[in-house]
Write a protein that binds this ligand. Sequence first.
Ligand code: CA
Length: 232
Amino acid sequence: MSATPPVVLLIEDDPQIRRFLRASLGAHGYELVEAVTGRDGLAQAAARTVDVVLLDLGLPDTDGLEVTRRLREWSLVPILVISARGQEADKVAALDAGADDYLTKPFSLPELLARLRAARRRAAQAAPGQDEPVYVVGELRVDVARHQVVAGGREIHLTPTEFKLLALLARNAGRVLTHRQLLKEVWGQAYLDNTHHLRVQMHGLRHKLEPEPARPRYLLTEPGVGYRLQAE
Ligand code: CA
């Protein structure tokens, strides 16, 4: 059994972060490929098989947003954006452009490893021919194919809109979805600015699913960005 190590392509101009990730990801069984510029990152992504892209937003030649758009023209590789605090608008733009998730610097190694595992799991589940899996987080169980939701040992009745929203979050468990992405998928293109709808539905879902709705354990708010269903 000689499984090839998963390959992470790191596109990042900060040498300290590159050094930290080279040592730590290597020690956890990943092969790290590094690029300092957006141009080099795109070339590396095209030249070899990459399992996950870790992408800095502020690059010397172009920004991570442009790299995301260019990559998404031909690749479905999971893209995890890493960016400094206070760049909420940039994160949202990157997610809307097709990035899968983001991490705010400084981030911890366990957090990064968990996000990498979640990104790879989703990529594997998205492969063709896979049945709709059942999502289990703590005491929450979402069976999308059977339209069945169990929380705290009880089967929960959801409205069609609540179910649609929860199913979308469950299919993307562990990944942040932006307000626009959720509104577009659940309500449609004409409702992109109606964040009020989303708040109301999320409030209802939390009251049905969360042991303590005011302190959500499953349906997490990403301030200024969107929502995430806890994955592990
Ligand atoms: Ca940078």
